[in-house]
Design a protein around this ligand. Structure first.
Ligand code: NAP
Length: 214
């Protein structure tokens, strides 16, 4: 797959590296310096390069949106037309100091994003794990038991693409249903962040759902 990274920070930098190492063609975009994007592409040791958001979006089978909520408009203004594109978003609708969700209960960041780019295929994924755990999970990909990763979206093709990327990253995709379920997922992300950054044991934290009684 060709994957464009929109926002090459903690999440985008690591997930882009993982996608490249899993065999995808990756374009890192949107950081304060071109040099950082080039460095990420070199370090990914796969088929990766640096480019502007427009290049990341061009011919992409999937785009990972991984910017602060306050930068969403700016990056979307630089991608060109996103009609038909699969947008996998880990971005959370946080306020400026990352202490509160600015959209909740009656909508979600994912639904608001879908309203901004109505012709694209928005899937919310990768938002429920801290960036610190991503490489360890990827390295443990061969293990029989994998951590879960919930995702949601309204559109079948987008969800199929997201599930493939989730599997490639070493996680087990858990389809939580339509995009509106992001209203439940986004507060859960803050719980995971609380456990990761304020709990004992550090931020290398993932989770797993188990069904019993079968
Ligand atoms: N970090 C996590 O563990 C985590 C977990 C779940 C969800 N999320 C969500 O995922 C999203 C991304 O989080 P993150 O932690 O990866 O954020 P981040 O590290 O701050 O990455 C954001 C990226 O956007 C770039 N950027 C910001 N302002 C820019 C500007 N004016 N011009 C060009 N580039 C700019 C940054 O450039 P530089 O690299 O140059 O700074 C960086 O590459 C957020 O919505 C967050 O809430 C994060």
């Amino acid at each position: 797959m060709r994957v464009g990274i929109l926002g090459s920070g903690l999440m985008g930098g690591k997930l882009g590296t993982i996608f490249a190492r899993a065999g995808h063609e990756v374009v890192f975009s949107y950081a304060h310096s071109k040099e950082k994007l080039k460095r990420l592409a070199r370090a990914a040791q796969g088929n990766a390069r640096a480019g502007p958001p427009r290049e990341a979006a061009q011919d992409a089978d999937a785009l990972l949106l991984a910017v602060h909520w306050s930068r969403v408009d700016d990056v979307l203004n630089q991608t060109g037309d996103l009609s038909g594109k699969v947008i996998v978003s880990c971005s959370l609708p946080m306020n400026a100091d990352d202490t509160e969700l600015v959209v909740a209960h009656t909508s979600s960041g994912a639904e608001e994003l879908a309203k901004m780019i109505p012709k694209s295929r928005v899937v919310a994924a990768f938002n429920t794990v801290p960036s610190e755990v991503l490489f360890s999970v990827f390295e443990a990909k061969g293990n029989a038991t994998k951590p879960s990763l919930v995702y949601c979206g309204d559109e079948r093709r987008g969800k199929r693409v997201a599930a493939e990327l989730i599997r490639d990253a070493g996680l087990e995709p858990v389809d939580a249903g339509p995009l509106r379920i992001a209203r439940y997922i986004e507060p859960f992300c803050l719980l995971v962040a609380q456990l990761a950054y304020e709990g004992k044991g550090g931020p290398e934290l993932a989770y797993r759902f188990e069904r019993f009684g079968k």
